[in-house]
Design a protein around this ligand. Structure first.
Ligand code: SF4
Length: 405
């Protein structure tokens, strides 16, 4: 780490966004947030997780809502916690009128406004979201994610960067036309370099809009923290970023570590302690895994991600990107772009290689099949360089017979 010295960071002159009694942007302290990974309908577990996050300093806690039963649970949760709650709406934007009375903020994903009511223009859907936010004094977040982009903004050759930027421009345009300014924007990718570049570009174009920073699906520790640090150190040091979320794949009872890591990064940046290099020049295995949330399709997801990390150690020097995702929200998008992609369904794991579906496998079958595909990719890499796979694996056991679910 570079020795510490206090640095003067000049924050971008963004507007103030009000989330109940918290002001985000306009130079206010950077708000640190996290999200519950428990099932929202499991009210005691969700309340426990909210309390755990609050006890560790969460300024805002996000909860996923996908159904009316989730809304009912949210209503009860609201009466039992004083946490600032933000609801995460993905495909369920039609629930907006029901959830808005219970929360302080609403995140919607422009990439998930096209699944339902296909004939209704996106602008009308956004107008409906804004009307509820206005009525109940909620903050909004336009939450753009490289793993679930609006197909209408996709350009030639699957250019996710351009698509994300087009989507941000479109939705900022709606907000401004509708005269609604109590919103922030997030532009998240699992690649920290993309996060840096796109947030810089956005901040230059819309300096008045507060930014929520995050490296999505950053994965497990320690790499998840490293990827996040690279992005946050670069952006925060330039005064970009008003609220942050660190997304780590952690067991439920350790989710609060996202808050601790986030606060430490902010503290380090403001003390001039930088650990990262300006760009994320990672080589070797790159595991992208989502932080999980209440939408996770099978609770074995975190265990599966950890097994993938442990079982691929023998190949850590290989340049292979592996995505391990908890559900279909960002699973298909991220696994399409990975060399090997796994995304979880309730009873099986979808397995893709370079975006092509190899099949669906039970939680018991997936790891041996995954490793044989990984070996095949490594063999292709070695063949290209005239090397021998067995020589590379010497002393690193990878015996499929020892692998289980
Ligand atoms: S991909 Fe992971 S974090 Fe995203 S919605 Fe699904 S389970 Fe939650």
């Amino acid at each position: 780490m570079v020795p510490g010295f206090a640095v003067k960071i000049i924050r971008k002159p963004t507007r103030a966004v009000i989330c109940r009694d918290l002001t985000i942007g306009a130079g206010h302290p950077i708000a640190v947030q996290s999200m519950c990974a428990t099932h929202t309908q499991d009210i005691p577990a969700t309340l426990n997780q909210i309390a755990l996050l609050q006890d560790h300093g969460a300024d805002v806690v996000r909860v996923a809502v996908d159904s009316r039963k989730d809304v009912d649970a949210l209503g009860v949760i609201r009466t039992k916690t004083n946490a600032r709650l933000v609801v995460d709406l993905q495909e369920g934007y039609q629930l907006i009128e029901r959830v808005a009375p219970f929360v302080d903020g609403i995140r919607y994903n422009p990439g998930h406004l096209h699944h339902h009511e296909k004939e209704t223009p996106v602008r009308e859907k956004v107008s409906r979201i804004v009307a509820s936010a206005r009525q109940h004094s909620c903050a909004l977040r336009i939450g753009i994610n490289f793993g679930s982009l609006d197909p209408a903004t996709k350009g030639e050759g699957g250019d996710r960067f351009g698509s994300a930027l087009r989507s941000a421009r479109e939705h900022v345009g709606y907000m401004e036309e509708l005269g609604f300014s109590n919103y922030v924007v997030s532009l998240k990718s699992s690649d920290p370099n993309d996060v840096i570049d796109i947030n810089r570009l956005f901040s230059d174009e819309f300096p008045f809009v507060p930014l929520h920073l995050g490296v999505t699906e950053a994965g497990m520790l320690p790499m998840g923290e490293i990827k996040t640090r690279v992005a946050f150190e670069n952006l925060l040091a330039q005064g970009i970023g008003d609220t942050i979320r660190v997304s780590l794949t952690l067991p439920f009872d350790r989710k609060f570590e996202e808050i601790l890591v986030g606060r430490k990064i902010v503290e380090d940046v403001y003390a001039g302690r930088f650990r990262s290099v300006p760009r994320f020049e990672h080589s070797g295995i790159n595991i992208i895994s989502c932080p999980s949330c209440s939408r996770v399709e099978n609770l074995q997801f975190v265990e599966l991600a950890e097994k993938v990390r442990d079982l691929t150690k023998y190949a850590e020097k290989e340049n292979v990107t592996i995505a391990v995702m908890g559900c279909r929200v960002n699973g298909p998008g991220e696994s399409d772009d990975a060399d090997l992609g796994l995304w979880c369904a309730p009873k099986h794991v979808n397995f893709k290689r370079k975006g092509e579906l190899l099949g669906t496998f039970s939680y018991e079958e997936i790891l041996p099949r995954f490793l044989s595909e990984l070996d095949a990719i490594i063999a292709e890499h070695r063949a290209a360089f005239g090397e021998n796979l067995e020589a590379g694996k010497a002393g690193t056991p990878n015996d499929p017979s020892t692998l289980g679910g």
